[in-house]
Design a protein around this ligand. Structure first.
Ligand SMILES: Cc1cc2nc3c(=O)[nH]c(=O)nc-3n(C[C@H](O)[C@H](O)[C@H](O)COP(=O)(O)OP(=O)(O)OC[C@H]3O[C@@H](n4cnc5c(N)ncnc54)[C@H](O)[C@@H]3O)c2cc1C
Length: 647
C-alpha cells in the first residue's frame, strides 16, 4: 500500500466560497489549514452564481427601511417554516457585515447612482430619484420572495467576483490548496472525525489527511438529476455522501430540492432570477403574462417553488411552446433595453448569445424550470458542527444548517456561504485550538485501505455488465420525472424501486477503461454508488413526507401540514446497511408562528399546539437526534418577538 499520510490542524474539503471563507477564518486564527478541491478553487461552482447576495443594507429607494427583521421574516416565510429560526436570525444579522467585508476584499459591487434612474417594476417603466447622499453605496436589485430590494450584486457575475476576491485572500494568507483531489472517505472512530482519505485525480493515488478539525464544504448534489440541473458536473454531492456513509452523521431534509424557474431550454444553463428582479417577465405560447393572474401581488417575483409550479402547470395545460425537447415558456427581457442587458445583466446577454444564438434585446428566451439547489445536506448545529461527530463541521450548500428549510430564497445562498464561512470558521478555529492531534493512525490506514480496495475492485471487474454512464442517465430520468416539481405517492414508490434496481446494477457495472491512474471513468464510477444513495434517500424522504411544504409538493397531499409535519427529516445510512433509517426532529424554536407566506396557497393544516408548547422540549429532542453542544447556549441568538415591532 502506498501509505502517504499528512497532518494539518484544519482540513477543509471544498474550495468554493464557503470552504475558502471558512479556511480564511481558521488560518487567521493561526492554524495550519489545508484545502482540498476537485478543481482549482476559482473554478468552483460558486463562480457561476450570477444574480446577487442578500443583505439588508437598505441603500437605494426601493430598499429604504429594510432591516434584519424584514430579512428574517422573508427567509422564514420563504422556507415555508422549515428553517431553524435561530440560524435565520444569526444569518440576517451577519449578512451585511459579510457583504461589506467582501467589498474590502475587492468585490466590485454595482453601486447606487444618485439622481434619476430608470427601472422596470411589475411591468411598468418608472423613474426613481436615488438620494445623492447614497451615491456610491452598494446597490440592490429585486429578487423573489422579498419585501424590499435587497440583493447586492456585481452586474450578473456576483459569484465570480466574490470567489476571485476570497481566493485572493486565501493566496495572500498562504493557505495550502491541493486541487484535482477527491475526498472519498472520512476518517473517524465512531464519534470523532480525524480527517479524510483523498484520491489524487492526476495519479489515482490515495492519501490520508489527519486533522484536528475537518470541514465539509463540497456544495450541492444537483447532478443526481442528471442533465436536468443548472449545476456544474462537479456538483455530485460527495461531501454529503461520505458523511452519510459513516452511518452516524445524519443528512437533513434531502427531499427539499429547489427547481429554478428560468433555465435556458434545452441546455439548462441558468438565467438568473436577477433578470426577473430587473423587470423581465414570463410569457406562455400565446405571449400572455400568466404570472400576473397566478400571483397578482408578487407576479414573477413570488418564491421559486411557487413560480416553478405555476410554470409547470401552465405547460401541463398545453400553454407551453412545443419543441422536440419538450415544452418551454418564454422569458421576455427585450423591454429592458440593450444598454441594461449589456451592463447590469451582461452575463445573461452573453449566455443567450453564446449558448442559444439569441439576442435578448430582440429575441424571446426559451426557459423551463429545472433542478437548481440542494436545501438538504449534512445536518449541523448553529456552529456548523455535524450531528453525532465531534471534529466534523460543514458549511455552504453541502450543509443543512438550516436557514432555508424547504425553499431557499434567491440570493440567500451566496450570502450563506460567506456568513457560514465566517461563523463556522470561528467555531472550527476554537475547536482546533482546544484539540490535540492524538489520533490512532490505524483508523486512517484502515480507511485508506478500504478506499484503495474499492478502486481495485472496479478495475478488476470484467464481463458484460452495464456501463456507469447509462446508470447515471437512468438515475437522472427517474429523479426528474418522478421526484420533480410535482410529486405523487405511486410515482415516488416507482422512483424508489427504480433507484434500488440501479444500485444493484451499479454493483455489476463494468469499466471500459482499466487505467489505474488518471481515469475519468473510474473516478466517476467511484462516485456513482454514492450518488445513487443520495438519490435514494431523496426519493424515499419525499415518499415518506405526506404533505406539501416549499419545494416539496405532493399532488396527493397538497396542503402544508403543520399539525404533523412541522419537522426536519433526518436520514442515516451506513455504507454496508441495506436500508436507510429515517427520523424526524423539530425544526427548532419557533418565534414567528406558522402562517401564510404572502404568495402561493393560503390553505394549510394548522398546528394543534401553541408555539410555546412546541418550543418546550425542542432542544432536548434535537439533542436526542445527535445535536452536539454549541459554543453559545441553544436559543441564545433568538431575538424573540422582534418581528412584532413596528418596521
Ligand atoms: C448557475 C447558478 C447560479 C447561482 N446564482 C446564485 C445567486 O445569484 N445568488 C445566490 O445566492 N446563489 C446562487 N446560486 C447558488 C450558489 O451559487 C451556491 O449555493 C453556492 O455558491 C455554493 O457554494 P459552496 O461553497 O457551498 O459550494 P461550491 O461553490 O459548489 O464549491 C464546492 C467545492 O467543493 C469541492 N469539492 C466537491 N466535492 C469534493 C470532494 N469530494 N473532494 C474535494 N473537493 C470537493 C469543489 O471542487 C468545490 O471547490 C447559484 C447556483 C447556480 C448553480
Amino acid at each position: 500500500m502506498s501509505a502517504e499520510l499528512i497532518s494539518t490542524d484544519v482540513l477543509v474539503i471544498g474550495g468554493g466560497l464557503a470552504g475558502e471563507r471558512c479556511a480564511i477564518e481558521a488560518a487567521a486564527a493561526g492554524h495550519d489549514v489545508l484545502i482540498l478541491s476537485l478543481v482549482p478553487p476559482r473554478r468552483s461552482h460558486s463562480c457561476a452564481a450570477q444574480g446577487g447576495m442578500q443583505a439588508a443594507l437598505g441603500n437605494c429607494v426601493k430598499a429604504a427601511g429594510d432591516n434584519t427583521t424584514l430579512h428574517f421574516l422573508d427567509t422564514v416565510r420563504g422556507s415555508d417554516w422549515g428553517a431553524d429560526q435561530e440560524v435565520a436570525q444569526i444569518f440576517v444579522e451577519e449578512a451585511p457585515v459579510a457583504v461589506r467585508e467582501l467589498a474590502h476584499f475587492g468585490v466590485p459591487w454595482t453601486r447606487v447612482r444618485g439622481g434619476k434612474n430608470s427601472y422596470v417594476i411589475k411591468g411598468e417603466r418608472v423613474e426613481i430619484e436615488e438620494r445623492i447622499e447614497n451615491d456610491g453605496l452598494i446597490m440592490h436589485r429585486d429578487f423573489g420572495g422579498t419585501a424590499k430590494w435587497r440583493a447586492c450584486y456585481a452586474a450578473a457575475a456576483t459569484g465570480h467576483a466574490a470567489l476571485y476576491a476570497v481566493d485572493s485572500e486565501v493566496v495572500r494568507l498562504g493557505i495550502t490548496v491541493r486541487d484535482r483531489t477527491d475526498a472519498v472517505e472520512l476518517i473517524h472512530d465512531g464519534g470523532r472525525c480525524w480527517g479524510a482519505v483523498a484520491r489524487c485525480l492526476r495519479t489515482g493515488r490515495h492519501f490520508a489527511v489527519v486533522a484536528k478539525a475537518t470541514v465539509i464544504a463540497t456544495g450541492g448534489y444537483g447532478r443526481i438529476y442528471g442533465q436536468y440541473t443548472t449545476n456544474a458536473t462537479i456538483n455530485e454531492g460527495m461531501g454529503a455522501a461520505i458523511a452519510l456513509n459513516t452511518g452516524i452523521v445524519p443528512l437533513g431534509n434531502m427531499e427539499a430540492v429547489q427547481f429554478h424557474p428560468t433555465a435556458l431550454a434545452p441546455s439548462n444553463i441558468l438565467i438568473t432570477e436577477g433578470s426577473r428582479g430587473d423587470g423581465a417577465y414570463l410569457l406562455d405560447k400565446d405571449l400572455h403574462r400568466f404570472m400576473v393572474d397566478a400571483e397578482p401581488e408578487k407576479q414573477e417575483l413570488a418564491s421559486r417553488d411557487v413560480v416553478s409550479r405555476h410554470m409547470k402547470q401552465r405547460m401541463r395545460d398545453g400553454m407551453g411552446v412545443d419543441t422536440p425537447y419538450g415544452p418551454h415558456l418564454w422569458l421576455d427581457l427585450r423591454h429592458l433595453g440593450e444598454q441594461h442587458l449589456t451592463t447590469k445583466l451582461r452575463e445573461v446577454f452573453e449566455i443567450c448569445r453564446d449558448f442559444a444564438g439569441l439576442n435578448p434585446a430582440q429575441d424571446l428566451i426559451p426557459v423551463q424550470p429545472t433542478q437548481h439547489y440542494s436545501m438538504g445536506g449534512v445536518r449541523a448545529n448553529k456552529d456548523g458542527q455535524a450531528y453525532n461527530m465531534a471534529g466534523l463541521f460543514v458549511a455552504g450548500e453541502a450543509s443543512c444548517w438550516d436557514m432555508h428549510g424547504f425553499n431557499r430564497l434567491g440570493g440567500n445562498s451566496l450570502a450563506e456561504t460567506v456568513v457560514a464561512g465566517r461563523i463556522v470558521g470561528r467555531a472550527v478555529a476554537g475547536f482546533a485550538g482546544a484539540a490535540s492531534l492524538d489520533v490512532n493512525t490505524g483508523v486512517a490506514f484502515a480507511a485508506m485501505q478500504r478506499a484503495e480496495q474499492r478502486a481495485a475492485e472496479w478495475l478488476a471487474r470484467t464481463g458484460p455488465g452495464p456501463d456507469v454512464y447509462t446508470i447515471r442517465d437512468a438515475m437522472g430520468e427517474t429523479m426528474m420525472s418522478k421526484v420533480g416539481i410535482f410529486r405523487k405517492g405511486d410515482e415516488l414508490e416507482r422512483a424508489v424501486t427504480e433507484l434500488r434496481a440501479l444500485l444493484a446494477d451499479c454493483d455489476k457495472a463494468v469499466l471500459r477503461s482499466k487505467a489505474p491512474g488518471m481515469n475519468p471513468e473510474l473516478t466517476f464510477a467511484l462516485r456513482l454508488r454514492n450518488m445513487l444513495r443520495l438519490a435514494y434517500v431523496t426519493a424515499k424522504g419525499a415518499l415518506l413526507r405526506t404533505e406539501s411544504r416549499g419545494a416539496h409538493y405532493r399532488s396527493d397531499y397538497p396542503l402544508r401540514n403543520d399539525a404533523e409535519w412541522l419537522n426536519r427529516t433526518l436520514v442515516r445510512w451506513a455504507a454496508d446497511a441495506v436500508e436507510p433509517e429515517f427520523s424526524y426532529e423539530p425544526v427548532g424554536e419557533i418565534d414567528l408562528p406558522p402562517g401564510h407566506r404572502g404568495y402561493g396557497s393560503d390553505e394549510r393544516i394548522e398546528m394543534r399546539m401553541s408555539p410555546d408548547q412546541y418550543n418546550a422540549d425542542v432542544y432536548a429532542r434535537q439533542a436526542e437526534h445527535g445535536r452536539l453542544a454549541t459554543s453559545e447556549a441553544a436559543g441564545s441568538r433568538m431575538r424573540r418577538g422582534a418581528w412584532q415591532e413596528p418596521v
